[in-house]
Each structure stands twice: as structure tokens, then as C-alpha cells.
Unconditional design. Structure first.
Length: 191
């Protein structure tokens, strides 16, 4: 079974790139969306970078409205990348501008085009601050009618159960997400 996994934002696309590199023998298709030019250097099967004239190859600096604008400008390319895939997993690490701002647009497209899809999100840890918590909440509110198709991993929950520094905490979450993606790709949901 092969599925398409789309990462949105810096953290999600980075995770998919390492997964693709580590598990070169799996058949999944890894794609990504970001406004940050770093996406060009990642190991992905395809990607969409938000309009370079508007974003100058930079991230959205936690501005969810910029994330909304980025996806609105990129919807044609995103839809092209997803058009041949029938089983799609969306990975969004919430808290920043792109991942949080683009999620609802992508899930709306998947729902309307009647594709089989699942959303995997992470929510930020408390120490990351109110702005990131607010972005994640806004993003989740915008897809609240689609929670049947959603799995949530809480960074705060992982943080409270471990005694890790920030880098190690994010790495532990990367591993948790990678394991989940591989299990989902081989599991019952996507057949
Ligand atoms: N698993 C994991 N999560 C991360 C990592 N870095 C950041 N995060 C989480 O992901 C959230 C979103 O961060 P990014 O992906 O950098 O944000 P973005 O969507 O690119 O948004 P902007 O950079 O503001 O445009 C953060 O609030 C953290 O909770 C990482 O290396 N691994
Ligand atoms: Mg970013």
C-alpha cells in the first residue's frame, strides 16, 4: 500500500524528508508546502513553495494570516500535487504561521474532492508561548468539523512525561510521528 503524505510548514516537511531518506524502500509519496526556501533542499518527491515575490523565500514568522495568504496563492499547485492521490495523510506541526494557516484550506480541498484522508497534528508545548498556542487553537477551530479524520499528538503531554531539552523533545516527537506514519501507511485506515 502506498499513500501520499503532505507536510505543511518547516517542522512537518523536515520530518517527511528524513523519513524518506531513512526508509528509501517504502513506496509512500512525500510532498510538502512551505513559504520558506529551505523546502528546496529537502528530500521530498514534490513540493510547493509559496509565491517567492510575496514571501521572499522566508517563513511566516508565526503569522497565521500570512499562512492563509500563502496557501490561497498556492492552491492550484497544491491541488495538482494531490490530484492523482486517493489516500492522503496531512502532517501539520501547529504553532507557526504556515502549518497552522494552511491546514483548513487543505482539509477543505480533500473533503470536497472526496479523497480518503487523515490529518495528524501536533500542538505546541506550553513553554513555546501564547502566540503559538493561539495559532494552534485557531487552526484546530477552523477544522473542528473534521475531527473524525484527525489524530493529535500533544508536545506538552510528551514534555510533561519526559525530562528532555527542547532539541531532544522535538526529536522524540519526530520519532513518534515517523512511527505513526509508517503504521498508518501499513494499517487498516488506508487500504
Ligand atoms: N516534531 C517537531 N516539531 C517541531 C520541530 N520544530 C518545531 N516544532 C513544532 O512545530 C511547531 C511549528 O513550527 P514550524 O513548523 O517551524 O512553523 P511553520 O509552520 O513553518 O510556521 P512559520 O515558520 O511561522 O511560517 C512549533 O510550534 C513546534 O511545536 C521539530 O524539529 N520537530
Ligand atoms: Mg517555518
Amino acid at each position: 500500500m502506498s499513500i501520499t503524505i503532505i507536510g505543511i510548514g518547516g517542522a512537518s516537511t523536515k520530518i517527511l524528508s528524513s523519513l524518506k531518506q531513512e526508509k528509501q524502500n517504502n513506496k509512500n509519496r512525500y510532498i510538502g508546502f512551505d513559504s520558506d526556501k529551505n523546502i528546496k533542499a529537502l528530500e521530498l518527491d514534490d513540493y510547493c513553495m509559496a509565491n517567492e515575490e510575496l514571501f521572499e523565500g522566508s517563513g511566516c514568522f508565526m503569522d497565521i494570516f500570512k499562512g492563509n495568504l500563502a496557501i490561497a496563492n498556492s492552491s492550484k499547485k497544491i491541488e495538482e500535487m494531490l490530484s492523482d492521490s486517493q489516500q492522503i495523510l496531512v502532517l501539520a506541526c501547529l504553532g507557526g504561521g504556515i502549518g497552522s494557516g494552511a491546514l483548513a484550506h487543505i482539509t477543505d480541498y480533500l473533503a470536497i474532492s472526496r479523497k480518503r484522508y487523515l490529518v495528524l497534528v501536533t500542538t505546541p508545548a506550553d513553554f513555546e508561548g501564547l502566540k503559538r498556542a493561539k495559532n494552534a487553537k485557531e487552526s484546530l477551530d477552523a477544522i473542528k468539523y473534521r475531527t473524525d479524520n484527525m489524530l493529535t499528538f500533544s508536545m506538552e503531554d510528551l514534555n510533561s512525561k519526559t525530562d528532555l531539552g527542547i532539541k531532544e523533545l522535538f526529536l522524540a516527537m519526530d520519532k513518534k510521528i515517523e512511527k505513526c506514519i509508517l503504521e498508518l501507511a501499513n494499517g487498516e485506515f488506508f487500504k
